[in-house]
Design a protein around this ligand. Structure first.
Ligand SMILES: Nc1ncnc2c1ncn2[C@@H]1O[C@H](COP(=O)(O)OP(=O)(O)OP(=O)(O)O)[C@@H](O)[C@H]1O
Ligand SMILES: [Mg+2]
Length: 503
């Protein structure tokens, strides 16, 4: 019996199908630039084949979790599991023949690679009794099998590349049919791409990708030029499971929708024209906007920070720098304006651009138009303010040290770190996930937990849970520690515990 998976229509209007048994034996590579319709294609393939064959999706963005409702896939949030438990889960998936989505959303590249490798490893290493056929779909495969070393550790790369190579090169015997999709063929490890005998090529712009595609398909490079003109959802098919000669096809509709739909058009913020003129055409802040003088940090920290540290103002500049008192007073006023903006309901979730506009207008009203901080500085103020920290803390010696450490983190995380540092310094209860999420400007508790893990991985904090599930965070080296508190405490309780700045 052959099972034909209907993918859509050929350019000539006939039904375009994939031969499932042939696909299981020969694997598939999908390539096309962003927006060409790869994920849609994968979804169509998964939906159409779900009744026939077990499947698993390695899903870096959490796009495919919506398959669960309709087709009963088990969603595994990789963020919540260790590598070891994912390895075991991979084995059990095969033993019990359950279709799954491995959702890797919210993890950094290193952990996405490690956890995907663990899960794939489990599926690969299951005993022979369980080698039933299944589809293993990997979207954005270049993340897991990159052509060149990126920023991740060698170990993570080796694990992940090994798992992908096993899947594509040695998986067939074990019943695993690799189906991989990538935006950029040139970014995908060659040995992983080379094992697929079926190709679906979508719109491709870059010469280097076109050349790789032509090589893989055994086409003239000139012929591959046609990939430039493909529309969204249009693919060129070739391979034993598809067509013996290059065949144009258009992918049909899907029953389910990606969870992360494209950004929608939003009504523009209501701002009177006068305001717009004032905001856009306001005199730029003077170049010499002075920063508070820094106390000398310890030399090794200093060298670490040199790369990231913004340039000090030019001492030769004409204008005399404002006195320390003037600076402090100015900072306090700017801070007050910011606090007033943040006190408005839902301010925590408004786009930074909108908050900045409002901030600029209010500064001008208060006669501070000439010293309005630039957007990057505003961003910094915002993260500190969201974390409940006042400008006055810049004076404190210990805080200088904390801000230097914070500078090792990406800017948007610094405020959260400062908030935790503050709680630790004062011995307050450890901020809950909800409080951390709010300080980070997100509704997602998972993202908050992920953030905490990230900061811990950077060696800045140590998180511990006690027997009752209460969390303590200790600052590395400073050894300040928060009081133990329930990470799941609701926002209001957490707020009372950790944010002391008056509105
Ligand atoms: N054949 C199709 N019919 C209808 N809509 C489609 C089709 N293919 C893609 N789309 C729509 O086009 C948009 C982009 O498609 P998709 O997300 O599949 O692109 P992609 O190639 O996966 O991009 P990226 O590499 O950025 O993930 C989506 O909104 C999708 O629903
Ligand atoms: Mg996609």
């Amino acid at each position: 019996m052959t099972v034909a998976i209907e993918m859509g229509q050929t350019t000539a209007g006939a039904a375009a199908a994939i031969d499932l048994e042939e696909l299981l034996a020969t694997r598939l590579l999908v390539q096309g630039n962003s927006g060409s319709g790869k994920s849609h294609l994968l979804r169509r393939l998964l939906e159409q084949s779900a009744p026939w064959v077990q499947q698993t999706i390695i899903d870096p963005e959490g796009d495919f979790v919506t398959l669960a409702e309709r087709f009963g896939h088990l969603v595994i949030d990789a963020e919540d599991h260790t590598e070891r438990s994912l390895q075991v889960a991979g084995e059990r998936v095969r033993i019990h023949r359950v279709s799954t989505v491995l959702n890797l959303e919210g993890l950094d590249a290193e952990n996405q690679m490690r956890r995907a490798a663990a899960f794939l490893g489990g599926m690969f290493e299951v005993p022979r009794d369980h080698w039933y056929p299944m589809l293993v779909v990997v979207d954005e495969a270049q993340l897991f099998a990159p052509a060149i070393a990126g920023e991740v550790s060698d170990e993570a790369r080796k694990l992940s590349l090994g798992a992908m190579t096993n899947l594509m090169c040695r998986g067939r015997k074990r019943g695993l049919a690799g189906i991989i999709a990538t935006q950029r063929l040139a970014k995908l490890a060659k040995n992983v791409a080379a094992e697929a005998s079926n190709f679906l090529m979508g719109r491709t712009f870059l010469d280097i990708d076109m050349a790789r595609a032509a090589d893989l398909l055994g086409m003239e490079r000139r012929q591959a030029e046609a990939f430039r003109d493909l529309e969204r959802g249009q693919f060129m098919a070739l391979g034993p499971a598809l067509s013996r000669r290059p065949l144009g096809l258009r992918i049909g509709p899907t029953d389910t929708q990606p969870r992360n739909a494209a950004p929608r058009l939003m009504p523009l913020p209501e701002a009177a024209l006068e305001d717009a003129r004032a905001i856009i055409l306001a005199a730029p802040p003077p170049e010499t906007t002075a920063r508070p003088p820094r106390r000398a940090p310890s030399p090794d920290l200093l060298s670490q920070l040199m790369a990231a540290k913004p340039a000090e103002p030019d001492p030769e500049s004409a204008e005399p720098p404002p006195s320390a008192e003037q600076l402090a007073e100015r900072r306090e006023r700017l801070d007050r304006i910011l606090r007033a903006i943040l006190a408005e309901p839902d301010a925590g979730f408004r786009a930074i651009g909108v908050l900045y506009q409002e901030f600029v207008v209010r500064c001008r009203i208060e006669g501070l138009g000439a010293v309005v901080p630039e957007l990057t500085e505003f961003r910094r103020m915002l993260t500190r303010a969201r974390a409940g920290l006042g400008a006055d803390m810049a004076e404190d010696d210990a805080w200088q040290d904390v801000s230097l450490r914070a500078a090792l983190l990406p800017e948007d995380m610094q405020g959260v770190f400062m908030m935790i540092a503050r709680a630790a310094k004062e011995g307050w209860p450890c901020p809950s996930d909800a409080a951390i999420a709010r300080a980070y400007g997100t509704h997602s508790l998972r993202r908050a937990r992920h953030l905490l893990t990230y900061i811990e991985e950077q060696g800045l904090i140590v998180c511990q849970l006690d027997g009752a599930g209460r969390r303590t965070v200790t600052l590395v080296e400073l050894a300040w520690a928060t009081a133990a508190a329930d990470p799941n405490a609701d926002d209001a309780a957490a707020e009372a515990g950790c944010s002391s700045s008056p509105p």
